[in-house]
Design a protein around this ligand. Structure first.
Ligand code: TXA
Ligand code: MG
Length: 337
């Protein structure tokens, strides 16, 4: 017999890394997460150090199966349970009362509540199942920046600060999970995301209030921002006009708008030529909200790669829940006015 270790799959290696207190970036259906064993305080503290995230911003706890909710939470209210049953696995995060000791204090910032999520990505879920315990994970980007939707984005942001990057391809949803707080006596949406308000209302039997008093940093203005300034235009025509104006002022401009919008005069795809700096760059996204969401963050990253000064953006107008989430992220990228 040789002393060679048995061959481990990438998922088994990643699960082993988690057990050893390492940080593992893994795919979910929304964005890539930067995971650590939620029972290992030192590992969780490293997440905050690597992200540059303030310690009082709590992390989402990821588990493979909906049944694990009761191992993390106490007294889950009936309406929250209904959402879990209908929407997990999927892009919903539930904030519930923490079962004392279920995760280390570093995960929740010492709060008595915990955010729980069962992601739907097959690779992410297999990792969680193989690891076998709860995994604390924020999005795998530096604090305040655009979330990563590919393994390459994670490497570009975090470099060697992340021990393992598990590549599951591009994330199929592309914006973060919808966060619903169930600890205030009813249900309240803390962050718009992959599950639309329409869907939540249909399951809960009533419209859920949005926002309110929350410490969730994902609800801060100027979050999810590229380096380029983001301006929002009501439609393609207005975007084209504004982009042309900015270009005439000598700015490097990009137009991020649904593919069907009337963008004549809004420039071409690709890099603006040196001779014609007035030509804005088209950051093309599909017209439907699902396609738009999937590519949103990749396009914002491209804006930075192309050193654009300004991105003029138009949100999809189909009135879907996902379109609302995209409009929300664009507003946050644009920052406070
Ligand atoms: O789609 C997602 O949710 C991704 C993937 C990786 O799962 N994760 C993600 O994590 O977006 P992060 O850390 O970037 O955002 C988590 C949000 C933060 O705004 C945080 O404040 C909030 O969840 N949160 C976590 N625990 C909370 C709690 N106990 N009460 C209120 N908000 C909480
Ligand atoms: Mg984040």
């Amino acid at each position: 017999m040789t002393g060679l270790p048995p061959r481990l799959s990438p998922v088994e290696l990643a699960a082993e890394a988690l057990r050893r207190g390492r940080l593992v970036a893994f795919p979910t259906e929304t964005v890539y997460g930067l995971g650590a064993d939620a029972s290992d305080g030192e590992a969780v503290r490293r997440i905050f150090a690597v992200k540059g995230r303030p310690a009082h911003h709590p992390l989402i706890v990821h588990v493979a199966d909906p049944d694990a909710l009761d191992t993390l939470a106490l007294d889950v209210p009936e309406p929250a349970r209904r959402l879990a049953v209908e929407l997990w696995p999927g892009p919903l995060t539930l904030v519930v009362a923490l079962r004392p000791g279920a995760v280390v204090d570093e995960v929740t910032g010492g709060r008595s509540t915990v955010a729980v999520r069962v992601p739907a990505h097959p690779v992410g879920r297999l990792l969680l199942r193989t690891f076998g315990g709860p995994v604390a994970a924020p999005s795998a980007n530096r604090f305040g920046r655009v979330s990563p939707t590919t393994a390459a984005h994670v490497r570009a942001d975090l470099g060697d600060d992340v021990d393992v990057v598990l590549d599951g391809g591009p994330c199929p949803v592309g914006v973060e999970s919808t966060i619903v707080d169930a600890t205030g006596g009813g249900l309240r949406v803390l962050r718009l995301g992959g599950i639309g308000l329409d869907r939540l209302a249909a399951i809960a039997g009533d419209e859920l209030p949005v926002g309110g008093d929350t410490a969730a940093p994902g609800t801060l203005a100027s979050h999810y921002a590229p380096r380029a300034r983001v301006e929002i235009a009501p439609d393609g025509e207005a975007a084209a006009r504004r982009a042309a104006e900015l270009a005439r002022e000598g700015r490097a401009v990009g137009v991020l708008a649904p593919a069907t919008d009337d963008l004549d005069g809004a420039g071409r795809e690709g890099r603006p030529s040196v001779e014609a700096p007035v030509e804005p760059v088209r950051l093309v996204v599909p017209a439907d909200a699902e396609g738009f969401a999937r590519l949103l963050y990749a396009r914002l990253r491209e804006a930075d790669e192309q050193a654009l000064d300004v991105v003029v953006a138009v949100a999809p107008a189909d009135g879907s829940g996902l379109a609302e989430a995209i409009a929300d992220r664009l507003r946050r990228a644009a920052g406070p006015r």
